[in-house]
Design a protein around this ligand. Structure first.
Ligand code: SF4
Ligand code: SF4
Ligand code: SF4
Length: 234
């Protein structure tokens, strides 16, 4: 949790979230951490922490909440809600906070917060990233339905050999618009196309088609075939 500076707390922030949500129940959080323990986004990186996010919202740490990447990344699939003893709907809180942040930015009434929000947006997904994501989604529309359950990774033989070869993480890069990271990820060239992942995906994501789309788009954009694979083919 970032340092709490009392003079910078916004005592009305949680009431504004409650008004936006039409529900005060997120204030009943008693910081048990069940949400964090079950959150698939958290498994990607420890910095994504729903319990901390709710704590910051309740304390009035508005700037920190707006700057948090988590509010943009939370995929709102309610694993946490099912586990939460207080029935806090964290996905809905993230959604409300994102809408509040966007409204503040639009009105321009809190210029400083707006500037920080723009930075957060830029970090979360750039224009180039959106263009890339749209290009992949045009070829494989169901990629947007991935809710990062990890069923694909659990059955992927490549992931068993090397944890860096992670289909869930790869699909996430696409949905976050991380173009360069996806293009430079050799997993798309190594994937053995045996469909085990697809047979397990509850969302029907055709992971092999995503890999193929990425290979084609990378080639169109001038990304070269990985040197490591050229070596293997010699
Ligand atoms: S599971 Fe619910 S009560 Fe527990 S920390 Fe998360 S939001 Fe709070
Ligand atoms: S809704 Fe958000 S916080 Fe809850 S488990 Fe899903 S990604 Fe994590
Ligand atoms: S199994 Fe499907 S929904 Fe789950 S992480 Fe993989 S692609 Fe996403």
């Amino acid at each position: 949790m970032p340092e709490i500076i009392l003079t910078e707390l916004d005592s009305r922030f949680r009431d504004r979230i409650a008004a936006k949500l039409g529900d005060k129940s997120f204030m009943h959080c008693f910081a048990c951490g069940s949400c964090t323990a079950s959150c698939p986004v958290r498994r990607l990186d420890e910095k994504y922490n729903p319990r901390r996010l709710i704590r910051m919202a309740i304390l009035g740490m508005k700037e920190e909440v707006y700057r948090s990447e988590f509010i943009w990344i939370c995929s709102y699939h309610s694993t946490c809600l099912n586990r939460c003893p207080q029935k806090v709907n964290i996905g809905a809180v993230c959604d409300a906070v994102v809408r509040m942040a966007e409204e503040e930015k639009k009105r321009g009434t809190e210029r400083k917060a707006g500037e920080r929000l723009a930075e957060t947006n830029a970090r979360a997904i750039t224009k180039e990233g959106q263009k890339f994501r749209n290009a992949v989604r045009a070829l494989v529309p169901e990629v947007a339905a991935c809710f990062i359950c990890g069923s694909c990774t659990a059955v992927c033989p490549e992931a068993l050999i090397d944890e860096k070869k992670d289909p869930r993480r790869f699909i996430r890069k696409v949905n976050l618009g991380l173009r360069d990271e996806a293009f430079l990820d050799e997993f798309k060239d190594i994937c053995a196309t045996h469909y085990r992942c697809e047979s397990r995906c509850p969302q029907g994501v055709k992971i092999n088609r995503v890999m193929q789309a990425l290979r084609e788009l990378a080639e169109e954009d001038g990304y070269t075939y990985p040197e490591s694979l050229k070596e293997l083919e010699r």
